[in-house]
Design a protein around this ligand. Structure first.
Ligand SMILES: Cc1cc2nc3c(=O)[nH]c(=O)nc-3n(C[C@H](O)[C@H](O)[C@H](O)COP(=O)(O)O)c2cc1C
Length: 184
């Protein structure tokens, strides 16, 4: 079983990673953690290569990720809220999934064959709404042939309470791993 994690925090030992690490404690199989802030992946430049061709005209770290996506059983999107959204670098990496959208919309192909399970982990300093970020995360997941998406795991108020002390969120991260493990 393979799991790909798109991780949107610049803080490698920060709040988001507290939940991701709890999730990983319970996850079976192999995984790949893609740190959006530290990877060699540029943003989509809307060159429209993929309107007519499979793949992407930009040859960078995303090429490996495209391959991993094909094999993956599960995809997790984990991010802090920034202005009630996923972080900019995570959206930038996700923009490269436009090739999958274009495959379906313009070339009438099914770009990702293997069906997958999806998950969403979000952390935020306040207690504002997460609807926008959840909607964006689901949109991104649906670019990759998502069959089932687990309920979002959210830790609010991280300014005051660390996610590791947020029992509901920590339990949610463990339950998300169990949901992914069912694939085996
Ligand atoms: C530029 C910026 C924008 C932010 N916007 C929000 C926001 O809209 N809502 C919120 O709840 N927290 C917001 N935060 C707070 C972070 O989401 C919060 O501190 C989070 O727990 C950080 O996670 P990390 O340690 O994994 O990076 C923002 C933080 C930054 C730096």
């Amino acid at each position: 079983m393979k799991t790909l994690i798109f991780q949107g925090s610049p803080r490698r030992n920060g709040d988001c990673m507290m939940l991701v690490n709890e999730f990983l404690k319970h996850l079976e199989g192999e995984y790949r953690l893609l740190d959006a802030y530290y990877c060699d992946i540029k943003a989509c430049i809307d060159c429209r290569y993929c309107y007519k061709n499979p793949g992407c005209s930009i040859k960078d770290g995303m090429q490996d990720v495209y391959e991993y996506i094909q094999d993956a059983d599960n995809i997790l999107i984990a991010s802090p809220l920034n202005f009630a959204e996923l972080t900019g670098p995570l959206l930038s990496v996700a923009s490269r999934l436009q090739t999958f959208y274009c495959a379906e919309a313009f070339r009438k192909e099914k770009p990702v064959k293997k069906p997958k399970r999806g998950g969403i982990i979000l952390v935020g300093g306040g207690d504002g709404k997460v609807d926008g970020a959840v909607r964006t995360a689901k949109l991104i997941l649906h670019h990759m042939n998502m069959q089932k998406i687990f309920e979002p795991v959210v830790s609010h108020n991280t300014d005051r309470v660390l996610p590791r002390d947020d029992k509901e969120a920590m339990d949610g991260a463990a339950r998300l791993a169990a949901f992914f493990n069912e694939v085996r």
